[in-house]
Each structure stands twice: as C-alpha cells, then as structure tokens.
Design a protein around this ligand. Structure first.
Ligand code: 4NP
Length: 163
C-alpha cells in the first residue's frame, strides 16, 4: 500500500495545523496505521516561519498528553503536487491555495478539515476557529475540534473513501 502524504494548513503554522499534524500522527499510530502516512503542516503566511508552536497551544496539548514539537514552515506551490491530501483550517486558506492552483488541477485533494468533523452536519462547512487573539478556552475548543476531525478523517481513510 503506498504512503498517503498529508499536509495540514493554517495561517501561521504555530497553532492549529501543528496540532492537527501531531494529533493525526498519534491517532494513526494508535490505530496501527502510522506507517501509511507521511504528515506535514505549513502556514499560508510568513510571519512565524522557523518558530516553535505557540506556547498556549503547546500547553493545551501537553495537558492532554500530546507533545507538540514543531518548527513553522510556509505552504508553497510545490506542495500542491507533493501531497495527496491538503487539509485546511479555514475558508481563507482554501481561497489562498485555490489561487496558487490556478486551473484547479489539484482541487480534488484540497479539503476543509471540518468536512471530517462528525459533529458537523449539513450546511456550509465551518472553520477550525483561529485561537490567536482569544483566551485559553479558544485553544481548548480548537483541541476538541481537531481531535474529532482527526478521528473522522481516519475513519474515512480506513473505510477506503479517502483519498
Ligand atoms: P494558526 O494561528 O494559523 O493556527 O497558526 C495563528 C497564528 C498567528 C497569527 C494568526 C493565527 N497571527 O496573526 O500572527
């Protein structure tokens, strides 16, 4: 079985996508599927490139037993080709990446993460909210959403309906 290359994307690559990256890896390993994936994460903005994950996100993850070791990197056009699933946190990220993918060559591999959130049913797919300007409760909420969406995504992959 060939490796599935997964790229999670947010704005700064210091809060949401590093969490998705490490939690997806951990959950895949717990299901005995760890060797089926190569997982990476990146941001659509350059402000935080080279930084570790945000301290508030690290603390929230640590409290739940997840180590967020990480260095921020930017998303680049070549990633459209290099990954099988490009999973974004918000509608802005979808728009920015669709713009890089001018003719829509890779549009079938680009997904909003909450497409896989089992708590979402019908309507416009919501975002994983940006926790940057808020309090710690926002980071807890992000963790809960990412936790569910990772499970939903792994369920789809196990069922053979993704990618
Ligand atoms: P992330 O969070 O996209 O989940 O990494 C943010 C990090 C930094 C900023 C915004 C969101 N910022 O405006 O600097």
């Amino acid at each position: 079985m060939s490796t599935i290359r997964v790229m999670f994307v947010c704005s700064g690559n210091i809060c949401r996508s590093p969490l998705a990256h490490r939690l997806f890896e951990k959950k895949a390993a717990e299901r005995g599927m760890g060797d089926r994936f190569r997982v990476e994460s990146s941001g659509t903005t350059a402000y935080h490139i080279g930084e570790e994950a945000d301290g508030r996100m690290r603390k929230t993850a640590a409290r739940r037993g997840l180590d967020l070791r990480h260095r921020s990197r930017g998303f680049s056009r070549g990633d459209l080709e290099a990954y099988d699933l490009i999973v974004v946190m918000g509608h802005d990220h979808l728009r920015d990446i669709a713009r890089m993918d001018g003719h829509g060559t890779f549009s079938n591999k680009i997904h909003l993460f909450r497409e896989f959130d089992p708590a979402v049913n019908g309507g416009r797919v919501p975002e994983v909210p940006d926790p940057w300007y808020g309090g710690m409760e926002g980071f807890e909420e992000v963790y809960d959403i990412v936790d569910r969406a990772c499970d939903g995504m792994l369920d789809r992959i196990e069922a053979g309906s993704l990618p």
